[in-house]
Design a protein around this ligand. Sequence first.
Ligand code: SIN
Length: 314
Amino acid sequence: MSAQGSAGTAVDLRTDLGRGLVLRNPIVAASGCCGYGTELTPFYSPEVLGAIVGKTITRAPREGNPSPRMAETPAGMLNSIGLQNPGIERYLERLLPDMQALGEVPVVANVAGEDAADFAALTERVGEVPGVAAVELNISCPNVSHGLDFARVPERTTEVVRACRERTDKPLWAKLSPNVADLRPIAEAAQAGGADAITVSNTLLGMAVDWRARRPKLARGFGGLSGPAIRPVVLLHARRCVEAVDIPVLGCGGVRTAEDALEYLCVGCKAVQVGTAGFQDPLRLPTIVERLGRLLAELGCSRLADYVGSYRAP
Ligand code: SIN
């Protein structure tokens, strides 16, 4: 796909995420923020996006954590949803066909298992569906008891990614956690396990307190912070991961505008996932896609690929 710049210049926004998956543009709807894609259709055609990642699917249906499980913060949002989802059977039967009916937009299935074998079984099931363009492994949910087990110890990251790699030929993305001092060893571990790309990142652990009630604002006590507040933190993780691995990095954290997306692309991310911003404004993602083309044209770039990684380190 090419986008028309302000000077009428066509910008080629395609981006290659490996294993034959080329997106028409780098703007991807992040997991958990657009349900299974059908929530977008009252507002715009999802075909304008690079790809859509569905809400995490687990083997059994999950109700999620008790409420309240969302709290606004000055520059972000805390959630402790707890992987609420209808389970793999209903997903395959009802939701995935609905996603595939969205049109010419790559559909990415996001899965979370209890252990490596469970991750692998889920990956195999969703990977067998012809319309699934890629599988994203959610090894980084902070809102379930063992959610970070595979995200903070490199050997465990490799273990789960490798188990999944053995069960699918589809593009495999590992969604990493920012809740480590240095994400590079984890990124390297995901690559060693056979990941085709990494998503950097999931949410940052945080809490908010109702000081009058002396109670946490989230029933579980803490949750995952998303939104603009975390962008500088995740951007640094993303930059370091780009330097550490050879596989594509998808930046994910606090993107509200095309300018924000360009920060991630500049430091070398090949795509950018947008989540929380879509809750504020459902048209945010197509707006970002459109403006991205215009900004790149203003920079004199005819291809996104020429801009990605053009960051000048100090
Ligand atoms: C959730 O369902 O708790 C959010 C998803 C995640 O953080 O991975």
